[in-house]
Design a protein around this ligand. Structure first.
Ligand SMILES: [Zn+2]
Length: 151
């Protein structure tokens, strides 16, 4: 195996001779697509993969010693109707035990497909957005510009 530890523990905080099972799952995930972000604590690895069309739209994978969580991009409103902040919603949780590389890549492809199916086209700019970034049939940017909606 190439120097996998450098990828899943970039700060070198969790040294060990070999890789823990959930770290191996993270290595498999990183072979699928280069991530935007990898964040590490001792017992959790969060990987955010860019969408190939819109790098700001991220697929999130959270891997712990027990589970691999696949999460779709979402939005939270932190002040009622304003203060939008990117979040994620759970799409699938699967135990890490017995997951093969092909399973991990299969789930990631399904996650990608699921996100694409959920995208909606803006009637003004015709770009595609997740539902949380739409106001009716317009994206947030266009609904502000063309419909006077204030966020
Ligand atoms: Zn738009």
């Amino acid at each position: 195996m190439y120097n996998a530890r450098a990828h899943i523990d970039p700060e070198g905080l969790y040294q060990s001779e070999g890789l823990r099972e959930f770290e191996i799952i993270a290595v498999f995930a990183l072979e699928w697509r280069n991530p935007n972000v990898l964040a590490r604590t001792r017992d959790a690895i969060e990987i955010r993969f860019p969408d190939v069309v819109d790098a700001d739209r991220e697929l999130l994978v959270l891997i712990t010693p027990n589970d691999m969580e696949l999460r779709l991009p979402d939005m939270a409103w932190t002040t009622g109707y304003g203060g939008p902040t990117p979040t994620s919603e759970l799409w699938k949780r699967t135990p890490v035990s017995a997951l093969t590389k092909s399973d991990v890549h299969g789930w990631l492809r399904k996650l990608d497909t699921s996100m694409k199916r959920r995208l909606r086209r803006c009637k003004y700019c015709e770009k595609r957005f997740i539902a949380a970034r739409m106001h009716g049939r317009a994206c947030h940017g266009c609904s502000s510009k063309h419909e006077g909606v204030v966020y």
